[in-house]
Write a protein that binds this ligand. Structure first.
Ligand SMILES: Cc1cc2nc3c(=O)[nH]c(=O)nc-3n(C[C@H](O)[C@H](O)[C@H](O)COP(=O)(O)O)c2cc1C
Length: 169
């Protein structure tokens, strides 16, 4: 799929069909995350592909967006300094967006689930056997969409874009 089409089509999907997602698809999505930019190329992110229904069930309390998802990708970060500052959050974010777009390109839906991950981090850490210093940062459910979410309101790029100086159009 052409990149602008994937960007346009991507929506946060929160309802999924139960059909299983082949591991090759999940691995391709993760590979797209690995290709993302990384501050100082420190690569402060790792991934857990979850397709065991028991483990998925254990994660569902985190968000309604995980309900019914047949698979998920958990993004882990290593909160380490680089010579230019702490970039682990940015590293994770770049990988997540790549993966969301890759999912669309492969005909799947996903959603960036991070809001309540922090408050469930201890239980997620136990469930997924994640050791310090790694942190459980975000979860991307993956599956065939069972809904087609409306495009939420977004600004017109022309209203928030300037040329050469702020305010100059
Ligand atoms: C940092 C971040 C955290 C998010 N956390 C959640 C979340 O915990 N649960 C959820 O359902 N959606 C979450 N989202 C998805 C947003 O709600 C969604 O991107 C936004 O409503 C715009 O919709 P769109 O993705 O379809 O354009 C998150 C998005 C970002 C960027």
């Amino acid at each position: 799929m052409e990149v602008f089409e994937a960007i346009r089509r991507r929506r946060s999907v929160r309802q999924y069909k139960p059909e299983r997602v082949p591991r090759e698809v999940l691995a391709k999505i993760v590979a797209a995350g690995v290709e993302a930019p990384s501050g100082c190329n420190e690569q402060l992110r790792q991934y857990i592909i979850v397709d065991d229904p028991a483990v998925l069930d254990g994660m569902r309390a985190v968000s309604k967006a995980l309900t019914g998802a047949p698979a998920a990708i958990v993004v882990l970060i290593e909160p380490k300094q680089t010579p230019y500052g702490p970039f682990h959050t940015q590293d994770a974010s770049a990988a997540i967006e790549n993966m969301l777009l890759a999912a669309v390109g492969l005909g799947y839906g996903s959603c960036w689930v991070e809001g309540q991950v922090r408050s469930h981090e201890d239980e997620l850490r136990k469930l997924l056997a994640v050791q310090e210093p790694l942190r459980v940062w975000a979860i991307l459910p993956v599956g065939k969409p069972a809904e087609q979410p409306e495009r939420p309101e977004k600004p017109d790029p022309a209203d928030i874009t300037y040329y050469n100086r702020f305010g100059q159009t």
